[in-house]
Design a protein around this ligand. Structure first.
Ligand code: NAP
Length: 216
């Protein structure tokens, strides 16, 4: 698949590196050619360094690997080209403060869908750090790493599920795009715990122990 990546930072490299290694064609668009070239070189496997406009035009699927503050400008400028495309939203609107991490804005994924009404937005990959997505480990404590996906378009969700599988991850459809707000809130909450040095994973028992009484 042709994947356009907008942004040249940690998430662009982490996810782009895995998809390029899985055989996808990558065009990485950044504000400056030097940044695009450095990120494309880090991704390797023939990833192309382009302008933002060229990456948008290239991608059958587009990863928005941008700070939330940049989205409105980029999406508005490229709205026409992005209409009908699958857009992967991995962003988090974090406002770090003394108490941990708080959401600084309303649900980002829904705002993206409102800014580009024809785009097929899928929220994914926002829960974990770029290092985890880039790392070699895909199974922790015997459990495959699961990626929840939220979106309104079943075909786009299936596309992103396939891209998660290409990274040796286990995709799980997790409801419509309105539920992305819970993914965004979960990320703020859990990352706050991790930064405070707590084992967020220990909050949850395994599935078989999650309910005292099984539902019929
Ligand atoms: N890093 C993580 O562990 C992680 C995990 C989950 C989710 N996320 C989310 O993923 C998104 C990207 O994070 P990141 O860590 O990859 O950020 P990053 O390393 O800071 O990279 C952001 C990239 O966006 C580019 N950019 C900023 N404003 C732009 C604009 N107006 N037009 C075009 N490009 C612009 C920057 O360009 P320049 O190079 O020119 O500055 C940079 O290449 C964020 O929303 C973040 O919350 C991050």
């Amino acid at each position: 698949m042709r994947i356009g990546i907008i942004g040249a930072g940690q998430m662009a490299r982490a996810l782009g590196g895995g998809w390029a290694a899985a055989g996808h064609e990558i065009a990485l668009g950044a504000r400056t050619s030097a940044r695009a070239e450095a990120a494309a070189a880090a991704i390797g496997h023939g990833a192309k360094a382009t302008t933002v406009a060229e990456a948008v035009a290239f991608g059958e699927t587009t990863l928005l690997a941008l700070p939330v503050s940049a989205l409105e400008e980029v999406l508005t400028e490229h709205r026409e080209t992005l209409t009908g495309r699958t857009l992967i939203d991995c962003t988090n609107a974090f406002a770090p403060d003394a108490g941990g991490f708080k959401l600084s804005e309303p649900a980002v994924a829904e705002r993206i869908a409102a800014t580009v009404p024809g785009a097929r937005v899928v929220k994914a990959f926002n829960l974990l750090a770029a290092e985890v997505w880039a790392g070699p480990e895909r199974v922790f404590e015997g459990r495959p790493l699961t990626v929840p996906l939220c979106g309104d378009d079943a075909e786009a969700v299936a596309t992103v599920a396939g891209l998660a599988e290409d990274l040796k991850l286990r995709p799980v459809p997790a409801g419509d795009l309105a539920r992305a707000r819970y993914l965004e809130a979960t990320s703020a909450f859990v990352v706050g715990l991790w930064f405070a040095g707590h084992d967020a994973r220990a909050m949850f028992p395994p599935l078989e122990s999650a309910f005292a009484v099984a539902d019929d």
